[in-house]
Design a binder for this molecule. Sequence first.
Ligand code: G1P
Length: 296
Amino acid sequence: MRRIRKAVFPVAGLGTRFLPATKAIPKEMLTVVDRPVIQHVVDEARAAGIEHLIFVTGRNKGAIEDHFDQGYELERTLAERGKLRELEELRRDSPKAGETSFTRQQAPLGLGHAVWCAREIVGDEPFAVLLPDMLHHGREPCLKGMIDAFEAQPSNIIAVSEVPMSETHQYGILGVGPPGRRGLMPVNSMVEKPPQGTAPSNLMVSGRYILEPGVFSILETQPRGAGGEIQLTDAMITLARARPFNAFRFEGRIFDTGTKLGFLAANLAYALERPDLGPALRDELRAILSPAGQKR
Ligand code: G1P
């Protein structure tokens, strides 16, 4: 059995929904409390034992590369000023030398194309993909549960979460069979953004995948699909004809930080559970939501 050592983060998206905030900084660097969104997702990967982080970037994404570099001057200044707690946290978060790779998606041709751009760095081994917009907030990191399930029963695995039927047209949706070992459900059908009323279930593809490297040769020649883009879902449909695919149900909350509401809700949820911020934030929210607060 091959271990899952590498994770791909497609971070080339333009972030037009957050303009003007994302005019000069990548959307992945917007913060949920005091950590960039991409840092939260990297935290999840590292908690699952991922050893090599592969970022598929694009133009104007240099801040992501700088963020995951060691801040030598900053660290020296913090040490000189005796800010040892901050220093320790920075060091804990930074990947070690050689644990990151950056490659560019040179044109916005879709998620499938972005993943294909990582083929040479991934090589011939199963790997994880984490979509940075989707924050998975639960007791256990989503990817950790998926890797545990993979180790018990190797296959391609896609994380899913229930959404209201009225929202299925916004996501990839899976049709599944009854759960087997470790709650994995065999995938019977996959469809990218099904028109309203046609979805095979309400299980949305939530942006965490374990894939076999065979997906790369499929992506290589795959024509454009929905939205004129090379879709990862189409490549997975082809791969599933030959290889086992299972769905892993994530038990927790998912925040789509690619939408303004999801981004704001993530900030509140992550801040409310912090001992240093939660109680005071609760008071602030109560004041804002009280009739007197609304008049102010
Ligand atoms: C992508 C995937 C889709 C998935 C979604 C989760 O779509 O293609 O299957 O459900 O991410 O966010 P996108 O959001 O890039 O349109």
